[in-house]
Design a protein around this ligand. Structure first.
Ligand code: NAP
Ligand code: G3H
Length: 484
């Protein structure tokens, strides 16, 4: 099924329906996050090749945009079927490439199958409207606006390492069903998994040139891509640092951005503490905390803090640590730079007097699950996104202090509130400066047809199947002026 995408371990790039090597023969070697063994190499495309990709994408989009939506949707259904037949194989690549534990890797691919099917179906229900002129004072029924939705053109999709399949597909599928062509720039570490996904769409019958890939380091070709004249929309998921940089560079190109987070779990005194602890641990530590929506701080009322802390400690101690091939919760981080950064946050918290409950143990890129109590607001861990398995507990005196600390963050992705009092839950939810508030659940993106967005430094625009289709299409109004 995937024999065309590589020459041995040298992975090619999808260009106009064919898998090609870069003419300059420049490649990037990818290493395992677990033991640094070589997994394979990907193409480092040149600027001239990027030009060719964007030109072919522009040309191919014209016919694709005119293809009936029902036909576009049929190809997506086929892609979902092909992906479903290859769940195990693609999940194995992810385990190797990004050290995602087997259960999470399988669940990512299965979720993507559902995502593509739902998108195909939703795409068929995106409709326009007719607006009569007489709705507005001074106009009559002889003026009618026919509003349809049309594609934007070429969508540049840039995905992050932590969900190389799902967060590539969640850009590709809505863009395609809306009639756009797509240039996928996958994360360098995670590129092989994303190239498998591209071949799934290719095999499903996406016409030549409608989906192309550009591999190469973001730091080298990123700026060239995001400022390219043939790009009509940028759909980016990744760090706030890179997102802000792209937003400045890309000038007037419209964009959607899903960036970093520092999601707080607020626990009130009447909360079901067992439920809160279970959700907080799975929210904070799954895929070793490398999720934008991971619970990244706990704000707990003093009165119940001791009890919650002891439940959390007990559960964190039970997390299984090891190799992604096994049934474990915590695996090595994506690279040594990421592990060094997390270690820096841990060291700072210890230096400033936080109480270490579990962890602070490291083997290479593997950071053992770490839990701190008595974290204070002068510590980096109170504000910075670790993207690793470390969780700070901040004790608070009252609800207002929780809201204040939660909102002081530069980020605004999600928050959780654990309480049995619906009035308190809604009071806090309304005051929090985030895209979504979860009541009595961990912070999380799914289900994927819900709106998903961040405010402040966590992003701009709204994902979610219908929202993504709408973001990657626009209204086109044709006004009929009746003469009789
Ligand atoms: P990243 O370093 O920002 O990279 C994201 C993507 O941007 C990669 O494909 C990267 O390519 C590319 N890139 C880098 N520099 C670029 C440039 N100048 N122009 C264009 N593209 C460029 O993020 P990451 O480390 O992969 O992911 C972790 C971060 O993403 C965390 O902060 C996390 O919170 C955030 N995230 C947010 C969400 C959300 O939905 N809010 C979801 C997932 C992740 P290379 O790999 O080649 O550098
Ligand atoms: O890493 C960011 C993802 O958007 C998080 O998705 O909440 O389903 O893990 P998730």
């Amino acid at each position: 099924m995937f024999e065309n995408i590589s020459n041995g371990k040298n992975y090619k790039s999808l260009f106009n329906g064919e898998w090609i090597e870069s003419k300059n023969k420049n490649t990037i070697e990818l290493k395992s996050p677990v033991d640094e063994s070589i997994i394979g190499s990907i193409q480092a495309l040149s600027k001239e090749e990027v030009d060719e990709v964007l030109e072919i994408s522009r040309e191919a989009q014209i016919k694709w945009g005119e293809t009936p939506i029902s036909e576009r949707a049929e190809i997506l259904y086929k892609a979902a079927d092909i992906l479903e037949e290859n769940v195990e194989e693609i999940a194995k690549i992810m385990q190797l490439e990004i050290a995602k534990d087997s259960k999470s890797a399988i669940s990512e691919v299965k979720r993507t199958v559902d995502f593509i099917r739902f998108t195909a179906s939703e795409g068929k229900h995106i409709e326009g409207e007719t607006i009569g002129g007489d709705n507005f004072p001074g106009f009559n029924k002889s003026k009618l606006s026919f509003v349809t939705r049309v594609p934007l053109g070429v969508v540049l999709s840039i995905s992050p390492f932590n969900y190389p399949v799902n967060l590539s597909a969640s850009k590709i599928a809505p863009a395609l069903v809306a009639g756009n062509s797509v240039v996928l720039k996958p994360p360098t570490q995670g590129a092989i998994s994303a190239l498998y996904l591209a071949e799934v769409f290719n095999k499903a019958g996406i016409p030549k040139g409608v989906l192309n890939t550009v591999t190469g380091r973001g730091s080298e070709i990123g700026d060239y891509l995001v400022t390219h004249k043939n790009v009509n929309f940028i759909n980016f998921t990744g760090s706030t640092e890179v997102g802000k940089h792209i937003a400045k560079e890309a000038n007037m190109i419209p964009m959607m951005m899903e960036l970093g987070g520092k999601d707080a779990a607020i626990v009130l005194e009447d909360a079901d503490l067992e439920l809160a602890a279970k959700n907080i641990v799975s929210g904070a530590y799954s895929y070793s905390g490398q999720r934008c929506t991971a619970v990244k701080r706990v704000l707990v009322l003093d009165t119940v803090a001791d009890k919650l802390v002891s439940l959390l400690e007990e559960k964190v101690k039970k997390l299984k640590v090891g190799n992604p091939k096994d049934e474990v919760d915590i695996t090595p981080l994506i690279d040594s730079k990421a592990a060094d950064f997390v270690q820096g946050l841990i060291d700072d918290a210890i230096d400033k007097g936080a109480k270490l409950l579990v962890g602070n143990k490291r083997e290479g890129n593997l950071i053992y699950p770490t839990l701190f109590d008595n974290v204070t607001t002068d510590m980096r861990l109170a504000w910075e996104e670790p993207f690793g398995p470390v969780l700070p507990i901040i004790r608070i005196k009252n609800i207002e202090e929780a809201i204040d600390i939660a909102n002081k963050s530069e980020y605004g992705l999600q928050s959780s509130v654990f309480t049995q009092n619906i009035d308190d839950a809604f009071y806090i939810a309304k005051k929090l400066e985030v895209g979504t508030v979860q009541i009595n659940n961990k912070t999380e993106r799914g289900p994927d047809h819900f709106p998903f967005l961040g405010v402040k430094s966590s992003g701009m625009g709204t994902q979610g199947i219908r929202y993504s289709i709408e973001a990657m299409s626009r209204p086109k109004a044709i006004v009929l002026n009746l003469l009789k």
